[in-house]
Design a protein around this ligand. Structure first.
Ligand SMILES: *Cc1c(COP(=O)(O)O)cnc(C)c1O
Length: 355
């Protein structure tokens, strides 16, 4: 039974949590290098990449920083239609990078047309876009966006934040022409917080070679030099790597595509319930998230009271993000959440509303 219907941190399988309790071993040992290599290699299937996956001892935002520090020396186009797209823009500017926003109304998708238009006006060497805007419950069509970039501005590197979507929604990095995809452990991967993963193409690494001031901790070339030896420049989160290794076995046993389907089915169930109860859906039709549904609170129910009611049964959902607080609420259905958990939650919300 999953209890956390918030978009991270989410429930962790007890066996995966237990894997962290294995005795520590030195990170510069054959034993650890074997586990590190195995865990990263297994995760490639989730990204749809033949390239490499870095395991970073940081939350996902650290890899926002890695992307801007390594992949741009000219100007960044940051697609913003939610809080996390905005954060990536802020990470760029606070790192001293030149960046422009491609602003789109929250709840509406960033389209391939809008991206193509922006790239015709001005040259950008890096484009950043969030696949699944956790703040709005909207999935941007990153496949179409990448195709537009490839056509209009072939040398622009495409970087995608798949923090709350990876393993819960389709990602075909190589096929779609994406160079950099990052995710965090505590969202759809259903691991404890503390590590993040980045899949990085050869093209992206070649770009990094020409970018000055990449820093130290998130320097992709330094990370690559060590990764080839199944290691890291600094001490990795050993216990979380054990957990990733264990969780990847569970994910691959479920099947990458079966896992996407499970998340899609849960999202459709929640959307249908919301509409049947006379609620709205914040994200535009056709772009609704597989992993988190943002319900427009048209009945003006108190989200705090609802959550207090749910907490008596050990469940929690999330209020709206930022300005959307109380105007919306969010039901995350990711990771260890299954359809029966969703049904239990929705029945409890119905009970609350019938009071
Ligand atoms: C949670 C989230 C982040 C931030 O990730 P951290 O691991 O907390 O740094 C970034 N992008 C999206 C889409 C998120 O949902």
């Amino acid at each position: 039974m999953a209890y956390l219907f918030v978009p991270g941190p989410v429930d962790v399988d007890p066996g995966v949590a237990q894997a962290q309790a294995r005795p520590m071993i030195p990170h510069r040992s054959k034993e650890f290098e074997t586990i590190f290599h195995r865990a990263a290699n297994k995760s490639k299937a989730l990204f749809g990449t033949q390239y490499r996956v870095f395991i970073s001892t940081s939350s996902g935002t650290g890899l926002h920083e890695a992307a801007v520090r390594n992949l741009s020396k000219e100007r960044i186009l940051a697609c913003v239609n939610g809080a996390f797209g905005k954060r990536w823009f802020d990470v760029a500017t606070t790192n001293g990078k030149a960046a422009d926003k491609l602003d789109v109304e929250w709840g509406k998708p960033v389209t391939a047309e809008a991206v193509a238009e922006a790239l015709k006006q001005q040259h950008y060497d890096l484009l950043t876009v969030v696949q699944n805007e956790t703040s709005t419950g909207l999935m941007n069509p990153v496949d179409e966006i990448a195709a537009a970039v490839r056509e209009v501005s072939p040398d622009t590197i495409v970087a995608v934040d798949a923090v709350s979507s990876l393993s819960g929604a389709p990602m075909k990095m190589d096929e779609w022409g994406i160079d950099f995809v990052l995710t965090s452990s505590q969202k759809a991967l259903a691991l404890p917080p503390g590590i993040s993963l980045a899949a990085v193409s050869d093209r992206a690494l070649e770009r990094a070679e020409s970018v000055p001031n990449r820093g130290w901790y998130f320097d992709l070339l330094r990370l690559e030099k060590h990764r080839i030896k199944n290691s890291t420049p600094a001490t990795p989160a050993v216990a979380l790597v054990y957990a990733l290794d264990a969780q990847m076995d569970r994910i691959l046993a479920e099947g990458v595509e079966a896992r996407w389907e499970r998340h899609l089915a849960m999202s459709e169930r929640v959307q249908q319930w919301a509409l049947e109860r006379g609620f709205g859906l914040f994200a535009a039709e056709g772009y609704r998230s597989y992993t988190v549904t943002t319900v427009a609170n048209t009945h003006n129910i108190s989200i705090a009271d609802l959550n207090a009611f749910l907490l008596q049964r050990g469940m929690r959902l999330a209020n709206g993000y930022g300005d959307l607080k109380n105007k919306t609420f969010r039901i995350a259905h990711m990771g260890e959440v299954h359809m029966e958990d969703v049904n239990t939650l929705l029945a409890a919300i119905d009970e609350y509303m019938a009071q």
